[in-house]
Design a binder for this molecule. Structure first.
Ligand code: ADE
Ligand code: ZN
Length: 316
């Protein structure tokens, strides 16, 4: 019989919630910016709050200066994913931050797409806008993403600070992105309550990033279950940013028992010092998920990917 760790390592896995910029390991950071030691980088990867985490995320992006830097971190990320038997990844590119830094998302996309060719991991891209930045920036992100649907971009998402950029602001934008053929996802219910998840669903989000606040709202849990809307659960992330105070407080088991589809993800693997295999180990060790349950959760990541058309739609 395969050992416990071996089962999870061998399991064919997929990642649906994974930020490229959050995957920069301290050693790679020291290569990108020799004035930063791996130790200093590690210190930056500790957070006193969610706001402090967002500051560190921005600190990382400031050190990604050229498309080649993005290509390097893509190669490194895919090597690590391949070693964990991750077969498929939807990687989120913070195109909103790239625009804000007056860089060219088109050039970055060309570089990361080329870097992903030849990997054993099948890659699709999600272009993310920042909720608290000007709406016009988000509009540009969605428009540029839509132009790249044939080049591996499958979805448009909103991340950042849900408290400062409420979902209703993005209603028209989500509708036009969907019409253009992009799938939709939103970070919601990570640091604020269930109303934020309801708002994200109301504007058309098909998956919810985090969504842990749903556990406070039985009617919302039923809605997620009945409509098979998956939550992209990121255990280590929620602990590191203070979204949950103790890992045992995380509602993942309650969400699962309520019949809500869940997938496990790393969010920002380097910044939270984790890996996808490690997230599965935490689910097993802390929350008592069985091998069979974990195999089902791993399968969910393929099932709820944005590779195909949504249920009920046929490709034209
Ligand atoms: N960007 C990267 N990681 C994020 C998170 N956990 N929440 C919101 N925005 C993010
Ligand atoms: Zn995220």
């Amino acid at each position: 019989m395969a050992g416990m760790g071996e089962f999870l390592q061998r399991l064919e896995k997929a990642e649906l919630h994974l930020h490229l910029e959050g995957s920069v390991e301290p050693e790679t950071m020291a290569e990108l910016d020799p004035s930063v030691s791996p130790e200093e980088c590690l210190a930056r990867y500790q957070y006193s709050s969610f706001a402090a985490f967002l500051k560190s995320y921005e600190w990382v992006t400031r050190r990604l200066r050229a498309p080649e830097d993005y290509a390097l971190i893509t190669r490194r990320l895919l090597e690590r994913l391949a070693r964990q038997n991750v077969r498929y990844a939807e990687i989120c590119l913070s195109a909103g931050i790239i625009l804000w830094r007056k860089q060219d998302p088109a050039a970055v996309h060309e570089a990361v797409r080329a870097a992903a060719l030849g990997s054993t991991v099948e890659v699709r891209w999600i272009w993310d806008a920042v909720r608290q930045f000007p709406l016009e920036d988000a509009r540009r992100v969605a428009a540029m993403a839509a132009e790249r649907i044939r080049e591996g971009v499958v979805a448009f998402g909103i991340g950042g600070d849900e408290a400062r950029g409420p979902a209703p602001l993005f209603r028209d934008l989500f509708a036009s992105a969907r019409r253009a053929g992009l799938r939709l996802t939103a970070h919601a219910g990570e640091t604020t309550g269930p109303a934020s998840i309801r708002e994200a669903l109301d504007i058309g989000a098909e998956r919810i990033g985090h969504g842990i606040a749903a556990a406070e709202d039985p009617a919302l849990l039923e809605h997620l279950r009945d409509n098979q809307i998956p939550l992209e659960i990121c255990l280590s992330s929620n602990l590191a940013t203070g979204a949950v105070q103790r890992i045992e407080d995380h509602p993942v088991r309650r969400l699962f028992e309520a019949g809500v589809p869940i997938v496990l993800n790393t969010d920002d693997p380097a910044m939270f010092r984790t890996s996808l295999t490690r997230e599965f180990e935490i689910a097993q060790n802390v929350f008592g998920f069985t091998d069979a349950e974990l195999a089902g959760i791993a399968a969910n990541a393929f099932r709820y990917s944005f590779r195909g058309e949504p249920d009920g739609h046929t490709a034209s």
